[in-house]
Design a binder for this molecule. Structure first.
Ligand code: PLP
Length: 382
């Protein structure tokens, strides 16, 4: 049996929506992007959304829009995808890592104040695997020290905690529509915020800093454009936006399916002594983007490869990034700088989790994990 690590949900309606765009004259940022932005804002319960080419672009522009750059420090988590930190570095600022909570893998709010210096300008929490950080605590610290907060919500489309959604207790949130995310256009991203001025600035920055966009020049009376700030080329186009319309309608339905699969995994794995599971906090709705198990670090790679051999698609999200060569060399981090993040990074295995996963496949993943962990006793499970 082969269980894919991820299968997307794109079907007939998405194909129809893309073909519709292809049959028009206008392929780049236009009415489909506008429609997506409107519907996304409604879903996420924020006033403004800016469609972009990736979450990396969203993080980069969100920081630039708040004038973060050389000489500044941004506090973030070392247990994340590299883009969180590279986006900070692309602005010229320095990522300052803070260790994570043992129970969730999220940035530990209680450790943030110790990491603040005169140079700290922003906090960039990451809602790991779809579980929201303690935004009440983080926004309180930010208000006290007058810091910007930008959320990496790449995993956290459906997330809610203490009645807060991403972007509601901060200056804005960044989303990803990369190939394996909860909704996908292959590549894509968005920045969402309640602040109109920030949204306008990100909109300008996504298209070279130009004063009008191509759609307006084309559909309205021609206006000469100017450029007053240095921008990038990060605008979402109509083709990618069209892929997202239908998925956005099905987000909550698909989350129910993800939740069901997570509950099967949790029921099967929580009694096992060699597996630790991360927790979902009180008053928290997780987006259930990824399901991970923590195994003894010494055996992690052996179990990872054992599962692969049995045909189970697996991944490691993430080895703590401060120990990756580039960050180690440029920022000077050593082992044991952030022991909890390092320990999770050395223990973690991500299992398949997506709405299309069948019960038979879920059962096979569970059996495979049990028999790989304990070949003698587990063999009977087959
Ligand atoms: C996927 C991901 C990103 C980057 O998203 P892209 O759309 O691929 O740029 C950033 N942060 C986290 C936590 C991610 O998982």
């Amino acid at each position: 049996m082969k269980v894919e690590f991820y299968k997307h949900n794109l079907g007939k309606q998405e194909i129809k929506d893309v073909v519709k765009v292809l049959n028009t004259v206008f392929l780049t940022t236009g009415s489909d992007v506008k429609k997506f932005e409107t519907n996304f804002s409604r879903y996420i319960d924020l006033k403004h959304t800016v469609g972009l080419t990736s979450c990396t672009a969203a993080l980069h522009l969100a920081l630039l829009a708040h004038n973060i750059g050389p000489g500044d420090e941004v506090v973030t988590s070392p247990l994340t995808f590299i883009a969180t930190a590279t986006a900070i570095m692309h602005t010229g600022a320095k990522p300052v890592f803070v260790d994570v909570e043992e129970e969730t893998g999220n940035l530990n709010a209680a450790l943030i104040e110790k990491a603040l210096t005169k140079k700290t300008k922003a906090i960039l929490p990451v809602h790991l695997y779809g579980h929201m950080c303690d935004m009440q605590a983080i926004s309180k610290i930010a208000r006290k020290h007058k810091l910007i907060v930008i959320e990496d919500a790449a995993h956290a489309l459906e997330t809610k905690r203490d009645e807060l959604r991403p972007g509601q207790a901060s200056h804005g949130a960044c989303f990803s529509f990369y190939a394996t995310k909860n909704i996908t256009s292959g590549e894509g991203g968005a920045f969402a915020t309640n602040n109109k001025k920030t949204a306008e600035r990100v909109t300008k920055l996504r298209s070279h800093g130009m004063s009008t966009n191509a759609a307006d020049r084309y559909t309205k009376k021609y206006q000469h454009w100017d450029m007053d700030i240095l921008g990038w080329k990060y605008n979402m186009d109509n083709i990618h936006a069209a892929l997202l319309h239908n998925q956005l309608k099905n987000v909550e339905k698909n989350l129910k399916q993800r939740e069901k699969i997570c509950q099967c995994y949790e029921k099967a794995f929580s009694p096992l002594k060699d597996i630790r599971l991360l927790q979902v906090r009180k008053n928290t709705k997780s987006a259930r983007h990824m399901f991970t198990i923590l195994v003894p670090p010494k055996r992690r790679d052996e179990i990872l490869w054992g599962l692969q051999k049995k045909g189970v698609g697996v991944a490691v999200n993430y080895r703590a990034i401060h120990l990756l060569k580039y960050f180690k060399n440029t920022l000077g981090h050593k082992r044991n700088s952030f022991p909890i993040a390092e320990n999770i990074g050395e223990s973690t295995i991500t299992l398949p989790l997506y709405p299309k996963l069948t019960q038979k496949e879920v059962d096979y993943v569970i059996k495979s994990v049990i028999s790989t962990l304990d070949p003698e006793n587990g063999a009977g499970a087959f």
